[in-house]
Design a protein around this ligand. Structure first.
Ligand code: G3D
Ligand code: MG
Length: 201
């Protein structure tokens, strides 16, 4: 699920294309952000503690298709309410966002929606691709993907924001590789469009 890329935005990602992609992992506390990060880093489940500040890892990810590997620099930022005002300082130069939601936590889906829309609407984040990870799909009470999409109002993200909704289970890593491939391709597509737009000027 996801939308396409429409008009490119004039803001260019801060990093040149040969450097690691700057990816910020956001979402409410307990959504599974740190589990995602360490699953990607160590390829195994790592027990987490609540993140007070941030965790960061540079990870080379093997991709399918033409591009075989890509370097990602992930920033996993604490999701507690008091820490959310800090998100903006991490997303300023982001090439892409990973927004993790707990698919079981129907009660806080509205709160997750508010935070997702708030961060993507910021001027500097316009056009930045978002991978929405519907995490904890291993649990019986997980909301189906369609419901997560509706509750997060992904269709209202705006035509400038490309997004993809990925079902996942961070504990075993299911869905993460696929999600990153989609994020990588959305970032590449955006860069290509921005280069074309620059040439036309
Ligand atoms: P956060 O970084 O978003 O705050 P964490 O979240 O990564 O610390 O994870 C919060 C809790 O959710 C952890 O459990 C973690 O093991 C669990 N979790 C993360 N991903 C999944 C998943 O895909 N499936 C299930 N079932 N649980 C998941 P604890 O018990 O340590 O609080
Ligand atoms: Mg954490």
């Amino acid at each position: 699920m996801g939308n396409g890329l429409s008009e490119p935005h004039a803001i260019f990602p801060c990093l040149p294309s040969f450097q690691a992609l700057h990816i910020v992992i956001l979402g409410l506390d307990c959504a599974g952000k740190t589990t995602v990060l360490y699953r990607l880093r160590f390829n195994e489940f790592v027990n987490t503690v609540p993140t007070k500040g941030f965790n960061t890892e540079k990870i080379k990810v093997t991709l399918g298709g033409k591009v075989r590997t890509a370097a990602f620099h992930f920033w996993d930022v604490g999701g507690q309410e008091k820490l959310r005002p800090l998100w903006r300082s991490y997303t300023r130069c982001a090439d892409g966002l990973v927004f993790v939601v707990d698919s079981v936590d129907a009660e806080r889906m509205e709160e997750a929606k508010t935070e997702l829309h708030k961060i993507t609407r910021l001027q500097e984040n316009q056009g930045v691709p978002v991978l929405v990870v519907a995490n904890k799909q291993d649990l019986r009470s997980a909301l189906p993907l369609g419901e997560v999409e509706q509750m997060l109002a992904l269709n209202e993200l705006g035509s400038h924001t490309p997004w993809h909704l990925q079902p996942a289970c961070a504990i075993i890593g299911e869905g993460l590789q696929e999600g990153l491939e989609r994020l990588h391709s959305m970032i590449n597509k955006r860069r290509k469009m921005m280069r074309q737009q620059k040439r036309k000027r």
